[in-house]
Design a protein around this ligand. Structure first.
Ligand SMILES: [Zn+2]
Length: 278
């Protein structure tokens, strides 16, 4: 009894979950007269389930509680997650105005959103001679195209139809998961940028902030606030407008030492005209 965690009957089969304790570090040996297969050791979930899909999977192994994150509740940032975010920022600063959506840090979100590769885009207004080719518009559009194409092995679609964009970071394909009964698709879980984090060099303009709202993005990190054009907090804050049907978190990326930071921004060639809408 010291080991017993749960007994469950499923159809005509009975399963018993036992726990190893410090006092009982080994699986127990059943007495001879109890005719049961010997117990075996299996790893069990360490953390609460964030989504109903994972709740089902985790609970089949171990009694697990369901603790979905509340919207905008500050999430715990582990060292691993900080490293993940820094890597994403390092990707995004490679071009003057660029946006980048990394593969989600959380395995569960990664599965639900079907994001197995990062996706990036940059501003192509000049090269494409098109006034609406902002980096974020390019990125949202590319994600839409990828989501719409059901073939997983489709060639990476061009983000901006810009033949000159040789320096463009590699564009990746979102691979739809092979359908499996054990992983029911959560409705809406992979709609555009739902549940995803976007990193961008400059605060998105109002148009882009609205496009992000429509994309259902979860959160946006930007390096350079745009006082005259920014739609995530500077000129206005689109996700906080009344009457919008989605909200997302927008945060300025802070570097240790602001002075050092502005030097770094200059050296990185990220300075754009302050009237520019990013
Ligand atoms: Zn924009």
């Amino acid at each position: 009894m010291a080991h017993l965690k749960r007994i469950r009957k499923l159809d005509d089969r009975m399963s018993m979950v036992l726990i190893l304790t410090r006092e009982h570090p080994d699986p127990p040996a059943f007495p001879e007269h109890i005719r049961l297969p010997p117990p075996y050791v299996t790893p069990v979930p360490k953390s609460a389930a964030l989504m109903s899909t994972s709740l089902k999977l985790k609970t089949s192994l171990w009694p697990t509680i369901y603790a979905p994150r509340k919207k905008f509740e500050p999430e715990p940032w582990t060292k691993g997650k900080i490293r993940w975010a820094c890597d994403a920022m390092r990707q995004v600063v490679k071009l003057p105005i660029a946006a980048y959506v990394p593969v989600p840090y959380d395995e569960e979100i990664k599965t639900a959103t079907r994001m197995s590769d990062p996706i990036s885009a940059h501003d192509t207004r000049k090269s494409a001679s098109h006034p609406l080719r902002h980096s974020i518009i390019n990125l949202v559009r590319a994600v839409g195209e990828l989501r719409a194409s059901s073939t997983s092995s489709a060639a990476p679609s061009s983000l901006d139809h810009d033949p000159d964009a040789l320096s463009e970071p590699h564009t990746h394909v979102i691979t739809p998961q092979p359908s499996s009964e054990s992983q029911p698709v959560r409705n809406g879980a992979h709609y555009l940028l739902a549940s995803l984090t976007l990193f961008t060099t400059h605060e998105p303009c109002i148009m882009c902030s609205m496009a992000l709202l429509h994309s259902r993005v979860k959160e946006v990190f930007y390096l350079i606030p745009m006082a005259k054009t920014g739609g995530c907090g500077s000129l206005t804050c689109v996700p906080r407008l009344e009457g919008v049907n989605h909200r997302y978190a927008g945060s300025v990326w802070k570097h240790a030492g602001a002075g050092h930071m502005s030097e770094w921004v200059k050296e990185s060639g990220l300075i754009v005209d302050e009237a520019c809408d990013a």
